[in-house]
Ligand binder design. Structure first.
Ligand SMILES: *Cc1c(COP(=O)(O)O)cnc(C)c1O
Length: 223
């Protein structure tokens, strides 16, 4: 048996006060989520629409769900209004679809833009240039039902400490550039979501204020 409560205490002890914890619950059964809930966790992350929708009815309604996986445009409608935040917006096109579906549903969707800096070609996200172009071209101005709350990113999947920290540093650099640029005049752009079980301590050192942790809390996933 995985000691969720004990694991959580260990993780919590390593987190500075101003760093928010998202418990990544993908592939774990509803009972495990319930146990984490009973320990006081309220922010859960899932990466597949079907799994999210099938778990939600079995759990208390005050959970704040974050969607953290690649979101297909034809599934946006199923997610809008049902999650606190979509952290994995990886194209302008998806952003605009979320805006349209949010208007239609009469809600404002909070999102993070996912920045791709890691070496792996398979990872989704904006390149640094695409991201900066989006802000330079004031792409955010046409959104009426989406609130961009910050950035999400992952480091390369490697044991190379220098590589991981330089990936996080690059994401943090973009975040601060956008956040501090008075021309953009963004308000509530204040979430920098980086760091998972194996690298969150490095991410925090590089400025993360929102970590997404699964394995360290729930144990290995059984796919
Ligand atoms: C699975 C996942 C995590 C958590 O990974 P762990 O290594 O189990 O902590 C974090 N972020 C995203 C986007 C994920 O898909």
């Amino acid at each position: 048996m995985v000691d969720i409560k004990g694991n959580l205490a260990k993780v919590a002890a390593t987190l500075p006060r101003d760093v928010e914890l998202l418990a990544v619950t993908k592939f774990h059964p509803v009972e495990a989520l319930r146990e984490a809930y009973d320990c006081g966790l309220r922010r859960f992350g899932e990466n597949r629409v079907q799994e999210l929708l099938s778990k939600q009815p079995h759990l208390p309604s005050d959970i704040k769900w974050h969607f953290i996986g690649h979101l297909q445009s034809n599934k946006v409608r199923q997610v809008v209004g049902r999650v606190e935040m979509i952290e994995s917006v990886d194209t302008v096109r998806l952003l605009n679809i979320i805006d349209r579906e949010s208007q239609r549903a009469g809600v404002v969707s909070k999102v993070l833009l996912q920045l791709h800096v890691a070496r792996e070609e398979t990872k989704f996200g904006f390149s640094v240039d695409e991201l900066m172009d989006f802000f330079e071209n004031r792409g955010f101005e046409s959104l009426s039902a989406v609130h961009i709350c910050g950035l999400m990113g992952m480091a390369s999947n490697t044991d190379d400490y220098e590589r991981v920290s330089s990936d996080f540093r690059e994401i943090a650099r973009c975040y601060n550039l956008i956040r501090n640029d008075e021309r953009f005049g963004l308000c509530g752009f204040d979430i920098l979501s980086m760091g998972m079980t194996n690298d969150y301590e490095i991410a925090i050192r590089e400025g993360s204020n929102h970590v997404r942790i699964g394995t360290a809390i729930f144990g290995e996933r059984e796919y």
